[in-house]
Design a protein around this ligand. Sequence first.
Ligand code: CP
Length: 313
Amino acid sequence: MENEYRFNHKHILGLEDLSRTDIEFILNTADSFKEISTRPIKKVPTLRGKTVIHLFFEPSTRTRLSFEIAAKRMSADTFNISASTSSAKKGETLVDTAMNLAAMNPDIIVIRHSSSGSPRLLANHIGASVINAGDGTHEHPSQGLLDLMTVKENKGCIDGLKIAILGDISHSRVAHSDIIGFSKMGAEVCVCGPATMMPVGIAELGATVCGSREEVVEGADVIMALRIQKERQTDPLIPSLREYATFFGVSKKVVELARPDALIMHPGPINRGVEMDPDIADSSRSVILDQVTNGVAVRMALLYLIMGREGNE
Ligand code: CP
């Protein structure tokens, strides 16, 4: 007899660790949780008695609030620590901070850090589950999952779609999670950006590198523009923002090359007029705010699934 599928991940560190079946299961679970956020009383008792700590060493509007709303809607107790209020400011190492938090018996630690690999380091040192809320240039798995959910919701399926990703591919953890996630789900992922923002080995993740903005969006089902990650660039990688907008920005003319029903996406925060013209960001094809709405459902699903995994009942 075939074994029934069980989600069995203690940590969510990257989409690289998840199979297509895992991703489909998370998306279906998120879909079933989405309705909770539309109820007059937006709360279910599923995670009552569980403790979730949000440990954010980098700024965040969407991800941090979305994780907190998700945990609170599931009735978990939530606590927030940011770089400016943590003892990291006094020289404490990340592992020491984590071990001290672990001594207070949290169930889940959600971490954002500028250093790639920090969530895995934490996961190796503490007993709690760890969720990566964005680590350096490595991955942003919950963003990748909410992007997948948004495309699936609007297109019906992901298999066979052309996903065009434009911008700062090298420094974007969103790009890395999206390339891995969309490729695993059967889409063709094409990327384009300034040569100084295109990492070597990107094809090994499953992406096709295109030589121009026009080539990458030609016939695309989804246009995803990325933010220029100035905070991760040691030297200026483009001559000017105006030049970037001219060659890599998403304008009305660029969108006309894609399929007539192409979706416009951006993980946020947007630099309007640089990565994308304001009229495109606000157009009827834009699903940028749907991405944010779906973020809560995806994060509710992740919290629920890692708490309910095999051996943790
Ligand atoms: N998409 C995203 O990670 O946004 P924040 O930086 O606001 O969390």
